[in-house]
Each structure stands twice: as C-alpha cells, then as structure tokens.
Ligand binder design. Structure first.
Ligand code: NI
Length: 169
C-alpha cells in the first residue's frame, strides 16, 4: 500500500472543503487503507483525507496505545449537545508538526457518520474521541487547530513551519 504525502500548514490546499462520499466502493476502501498506512507510519492518532490532498469526507483514527483499534468515519458530522460544557486538551496535528497547543472544545456532542459500507451510525462519544473527532471534522471543513489560537501565536507557527520547509529544498 502506498503512503500518501501529508500537506503541511500553511499549504492552501488544507483550506479546501471536502465533498460528501456517495460511492462506497473498492476505491473508497483503497483510500481508507492508504490513509491508515500513512497515519500509522507518521505515528498519528487521526488523519482526514484533506491532509493528503483528497477532498472527500473521510477520516481515519486509532486512539489506542497498541495501535490496533482502527476507526473509519465517512461523511462525519456532529451536533453539540451542551455548548456550556467545554473540554480542554493539548492538540497536535500531522499537518502542523512540532506544535502542541491547548484547545477548548464542546465536551458533549452527538456524532453522525457512515461506516465503510455506507451504514448510518449515531453515537455519543466520550473523552479523547470527542476532541479528536471534532479536530478531524474541522479538517474536512478546511479548518485547523491554529485557527483557535491568537493571530500572533498562529503567525509565529506559520513562520517557523515556512522556514523549516525552505530548509528542505
Ligand atoms: Ni490534524
């Protein structure tokens, strides 16, 4: 399975809104497999298709320490159940390597998504899954965790990553 190239902030392609998946076929299965391969080899816990420059509503995740609990979310959405109850978590992102920042997000959400076969699922996630799910749905909407930071902090991160990228060439 080929590994995919992960886009790095501030690549403008990270801002493209992903389209709904309508075909649950072999092609989708291949994409999901390649995304898992890419996520595991980068040591990440979640990856949205947007991050590998494929603008479809597909997310893969594995929050287990043993790296043996793969989860797939197709066309993921959520509604906030209680917007007063927030959960703070230090977030990182494979598209923003080397930076970790504390972000507050709604703690109680109801998620709606489809599985790899197109079956509709509704759940109320808990803990880290709640945060990670919102982080990945943000990616599909062209949003990144740096968007929650102050403009000053965000531009510092942007500058550092741009310098890093120049060094690579
Ligand atoms: Ni991310």
């Amino acid at each position: 399975m080929p590994k995919l190239n992960i886009l790095i902030y501030p690549d403008p392609r990270l801002r493209i809104k992903a389209e709904k998946v309508t075909k649950f076929d072999k092609c989708l299965e291949n994409l999901v497999n390649n995304m898992f391969e890419t996520m595991y080899s980068a040591d990440g816990i979640g990856l949205a298709a947007t991050q590998v420059d494929i603008h479809k509503q597909v997310v893969v995740m594995d929050l287990s320490e043993e790296r043996n609990s793969p989860k797939v979310f197709i066309n993921p959405q959520f509604t906030v159940k209680d917007d007063k109850s927030l959960y703070s978590c230090t977030e990182g992102c494979l598209s923003i390597p080397g930076f970790h920042e504390e972000i507050s997000r709604p703690e109680k959400i109801i998620v709606n998504y489809q599985d790899i076969n197109g079956k509709f699922i509704t759940e109320e996630p808990e803990g880290l899954l709640t945060v990670c799910y919102q982080h990945e749905v943000d990616h599909l909407n062209g949003k990144l965790f740096v968007d929650y930071l102050s403009p000053l902090k965000r531009s510092r991160i942007k500058k550092k990553l741009e310098i890093e990228r120049k060094k690579e060439f």
